[in-house]
Design a protein around this ligand. Structure first.
Ligand SMILES: Nc1ncnc2c1ncn2[C@@H]1O[C@H](COP(=O)(O)OP(=O)(O)OP(=O)(O)O)[C@@H](O)[C@H]1O
Ligand SMILES: C[C@H](N)[C@H](N)CCCCCC(=O)O
Ligand SMILES: [Mg+2]
Length: 209
């Protein structure tokens, strides 16, 4: 198996990146890294991924920055009086595959001068765009794809979250020229067992290897 690094980004905050990243990390036996966490109320995305993915501590990498306020990282850093050094945002070397999660959508600023999409362009690892299926997703998804393409960020495909909306999903894949990797349904109970089973039922592991 080729050991690869995959970036999980999204069309917005709260679309389901962390839940999808937990499923993918578990399915691939990968490690997980959230470079910048803004908002520490519930421990942040790293602890959620560890729990939902059933991951051992050695497959969870520490964040480069943990910022208190749940807002855009550039602003959260200002509030905490932290200067984000983008030199510290290098993809860590790990044994085996690595899943990296951004914060919010693709054009969220990491610093006042650097957007997440710019960081992804530097890294040149393939991106999975996580998108809602609900109304508004065609616009958000196509805008995100356009922003990634403009920066030559490689796109592995799009992963939908929510109830099926066949036409929107197909329209985004066609107009955006991206592969539809699958759709994670809304899971009334979120735990390792239900999440791993849902990923297996709705995605093809080979697409990520
Ligand atoms: N498939 C799903 N089934 C049930 N609940 C879900 C699912 N996907 C996401 N959620 C819920 O939706 C909320 C937002 O999901 P999540 O934290 O994964 O978003 P995110 O895109 O990672 O947000 P952020 O930008 O803060 O990183 C959470 O409460 C999560 O539990
Ligand atoms: C606080 C949230 N859960 C994420 N950590 C950061 C989302 C930043 C979104 C910024 C924006 O697009 O306005
Ligand atoms: Mg998240």
């Amino acid at each position: 198996m080729v050991h690869r690094t995959i970036i999980v980004t999204g069309t917005d905050t709260d679309v389901g990146k962390t839940v999808f990243a937990a499923a993918l990390t578990a399915a691939l036996g990968a490690s997980y890294w959230k470079p910048v966490q803004a908002g520490l109320e519930e421990g942040g995305d790293t602890s959620t991924v560890a729990r939902l993915g059933g991951l051992p501590p050695e497959r969870i990498l520490p964040e480069a920055y943990r910022l208190t306020t749940p807002c855009s990282p550039h602003r959260a850093a200002q509030i905490d009086g932290v200067a984000i050094d983008t030199g510290r945002l290098r993809v860590p070397a790990v044994e085996g595959p690595l899943i990296i999660e951004g914060a919010g959508g693709v054009l969220v600023p990491v610093t006042p001068d650097l957007l997440f999409a710019d960081l992804f362009a530097r890294w040149q690892h393939p991106v999975v765009l996580v998108a809602r299926t609900g109304l508004g997703t065609i616009n958000h998804s196509l805008l995100s794809i356009e922003a990634l393409r403009r920066r030559d960020v490689p796109i592995l495909g799009i992963a939908f979250i929510g109830d099926p909306v066949e036409d929107s999903e197909a329209t985004i894949a066609r107009l955006g020229g991206v592969r539809r990797l699958g759709r994670l349904p809304h899971l009334p109970q979120l735990d390792v067992t239900t999440l791993v089973a849902a990923f297996q039922a709705h995605f093809t592991l080979k697409d990520f290897q």
